[in-house]
Design a protein around this ligand. Structure first.
Ligand code: NAP
Ligand code: MG
Length: 485
């Protein structure tokens, strides 16, 4: 059990902890050791109904959106402050529950505090417009909250993504029911405790733990939910969009990716290799923005591959508790099996595995570890270049010229993120405009900034998170005309 200032027992509904009505619990485990960390309540449809009705009653009573904007902003700021104060504790939870290297987990918790701080500042800057119209009067718009928002979270960045949804939803005045992933339920429960401590009225932020097929499904179908914000796989997201059709719920989806990293021959190669390495191995490759297709212009292809493979071999795969660990385990044994299956597929498709794809022994044998794998001799139509592996597996492919780079980059059902490396500014802008992706970094692998929109094109999703634009996805625009006489 993690040394705790939070309790992981029960669902967080109406500011209290309640057991599942049928008393069911399930363990959450440490992916690095297989140890059980805590038993977590498993919500059924009746529990979900209670959580949604609680959020709805809280919303209808106006206890949150009728509060003065400055006071609401101050509460969100206090949540940010408490997250910062507890960074060590929250990072420990996130690291143990999800297998993240502790140093990475600390960075993520800091980012969650920044998210709450950003939206704390946004609360009293949300406003409508006055619009000149061809009539005798004044036309204006208001941004109104929606009501109860269902927020469904994946396991790869549990508290970061919870923050991306909860903070703008609350800034807009909504109430929420959060459904964390079964593999990583703990940090959302800790956030529920901390929000009450910060003064958030009971019933505004509710957390139901449990399986996607029971709790997630009941939440997405609940008639009092006005909006579903889902982050996860394209497969489950497709089902969520269908569930949202009943009752015309608002829906935003952040789904899978298979992003391209385009390296032109004039790139600063050493800087590019180091950055490209993290762009695919961060979080052991379990990152929707992972740039797992590296496209390299032919004149520097061999040099890039050699440098990338040499650096990959030095990646420190180890226990998340060690400060020097660069890559932890995969989330579950079954997820590792699915990644290992892709290694077999890559081998069978005729791609050349230059290193990695092995299960380590010794200290790491109890966890879901896998060494990072690099493939050359890949073609765009191979499954390892088309499907989201969601692990430390990358294919490096040569290209000839700008047009071919764009064609390869766009040869994907996804369009989430990506990078391009060149010192030619004209080319950088031409290619950036031509790649079908929601986000792109030029001479960088960083595309996640709380102030800027985040989201995908094509099968990577609908809607945007982060930045002021996220507030639009948690609100309705109301249009009001007042006659002059
Ligand atoms: P997942 O299997 O799709 O699950 C996501 C969430 O949905 C979990 O909370 C899951 O609960 C729940 N769920 C499952 N079935 C459901 C149903 N029928 N109705 C409602 N909810 C249901 O995804 P994951 O494996 O956790 O996460 C990895 C995926 O997320 C990858 O594809 C990755 O690319 C994507 N992702 C995208 C972004 C982005 O911003 N675009 C960011 C991060 C991750 P259980 O855990 O209980 O099954
Ligand atoms: Mg876990």
């Amino acid at each position: 059990m993690v040394a705790t200032e939070a309790t992981f027992e029960g669902l967080a509904i109406g500011g209290k902890r309640v057991a599942a009505s049928d008393g069911r619990t399930a363990p959450t485990t440490d992916p690095a050791t297989g140890e059980i960390i805590a038993q977590v309540a498993q919500a059924n449809a009746a529990d979900v109904d209670l959580a949604v009705k609680t959020a709805h009653a809280t919303y209808s009573a106006g206890r949150w959106h009728d509060m003065h904007t400055r006071e609401r902003g101050q509460i969100l700021q206090r949540i940010a402050n408490l997250i910062r104060e507890r960074v060590g504790f929250l990072a420990q939870i996130e690291s143990r529950d999800g297998g993240k290297p502790i140093s990475a987990a600390r960075g993520e918790i800091g980012a969650v505090a920044n998210t709450f701080e950003y939206y704390a500042g946004a609360v009293n800057k949300i406003h409508g417009q006055t619009i000149p119209v061809n009539a005798n009067g004044t036309h204006m718009t208001f941004r109104e909250p929606l009501g109860v928002c269902a927020l469904i979270i994946p396991w790869n960045f549990p508290l970061v993504i919870t923050g991306w949804k909860v903070a703008p939803a609350l800034a807009m005045g909504n109430t929420v029911v959060v459904k964390p992933a079964s593999a990583t339920p703990l940090s959302a429960l800790a956030l529920a405790d901390l929000a009450i401590e910060a003064g958030l009225p009971e019933g505004v932020l509710n957390v139901i733990t449990g399986s996607g097929s029971v709790a997630g499904n009941a939440l997405a179908l609940h008639p009092l939910v006005r909006k579903i914000s889902f982050t996860g796989s394209t497969e489950v997201g497709t089902g969520v969009m269908k569930q949202a059709a009943d009752g015309i719920k608002r829906v935003s989806l952040e789904l899978g990716g298979k992003s391209a990293n385009i390296v032109f021959a004039d790139a600063r190669i050493d800087q590019c290799v180091e950055s490209s390495l993290w762009a695919v191995y961060d979080n052991a490759g379990q990152d929707c923005c992972s740039r797992s297709r590296i496209l390299v212009e032919r004149p520097i292809y061999d040099e890039f591959v050699e440098k990338f493979v040499n650096r990959t071999k030095t990646m420190k795969v180890g226990l998340p508790t060690s400060e020097s660990t660069e890559m932890g385990p995969l989330i579950t044994a079954s997820h590792r099996e699915s990644v290992v299956n892709y290694i077999h597929i890559g081998d069978e498709e005729g791609a050349k595995r230059l290193c990695g794809g092995e299960i380590p022994n010794g200290d790491l044998a109890k966890g879901n570890f896998l060494t990072p794998a690099v493939y050359s001799n890949v073609t765009s139509n191979m499954r390892i270049m088309q499907e989201e592996v969601f692990g430390p597996v990358v294919g490096i492919m040569p290209f000839d010229g700008e047009a071919e780079a764009i064609r390869f980059a766009n040869d994907s059902p996804y369009g989430l993120s990506g990078s391009l490396w060149t010192r030619d500014i004209g080319r950088a802008l031409r290619v950036a405009r031509a790649v079908e992706t929601g986000m792109l970094s030029i001479n960088s692998s960083s595309s996640v900034h709380i102030e800027a929109p985040f989201g995908g094109m094509k099968q990577s999703g609908i809607g945007r998170e982060q930045g002021m634009v996220a507030l639009e996805h948690y609100s309705e625009l109301k249009s009001v005309f007042i006659a002059n006489d």
